[in-house]
Design a protein around this ligand. Structure first.
Ligand SMILES: [Zn+2]
Length: 140
């Protein structure tokens, strides 16, 4: 008896065929007793498993099928996924249309450009801004 005693985990693994292979419970009375105790508990658990008869499983299946069929019939929303897909497709087509070709801009000198920008800025200013601005001007 040179080997150490098996732990409970090793005995449990041995019951499922995954424990150590040194055969210690065959030689050690203490480990053999613990092995037998765990084996009896395992047998008790196996016998206590519920009996799933064919009739019970068939009734479960019928109940599930009745519930899913009732749900699919009662919901008139079966077309929603199709309509959503069609709307998304139309949006994708509308968004991905090719952009119109840009006309090349006419040649404009820098002085003309600045003049255009200045006239746009000065003409787009409302009259109210002018009076407000005059309030903040410092006159010498
Ligand atoms: Zn032992």
């Amino acid at each position: 008896m040179g080997a150490e005693h098996w732990s409970d985990e090793e005995i449990l693994a041995g019951l499922y065929g995954a424990g150590p292979v040194d055969g210690h419970p065959d030689e050690c009375a203490d480990c053999r007793q613990r092995w037998e105790l765990m084996r009896r508990r395992q047998e008790g658990l196996r016998l206590a498993e519920p009996d799933l008869s064919g009739a019970f499983l068939a009734s479960q299946r019928r109940a599930i099928m009745a519930r899913t069929e009732g749900r699919s019939r009662s919901s008139g929303l079966q077309l929603v996924p199709w309509l959503g897909a069609v709307v998304l497709l139309l949006l994708a087509i509308l968004v991905n249309r090719p952009a119109p070709k840009l006309q090349p801009a006419p040649e404009v000198s820098d002085a003309q450009l600045f003049e255009d920008v200045f006239s746009t800025v000065s003409s787009s200013e409302p009259r109210a801004v002018e009076t407000v601005r005059s309030l903040f001007q410092v006159n010498p």
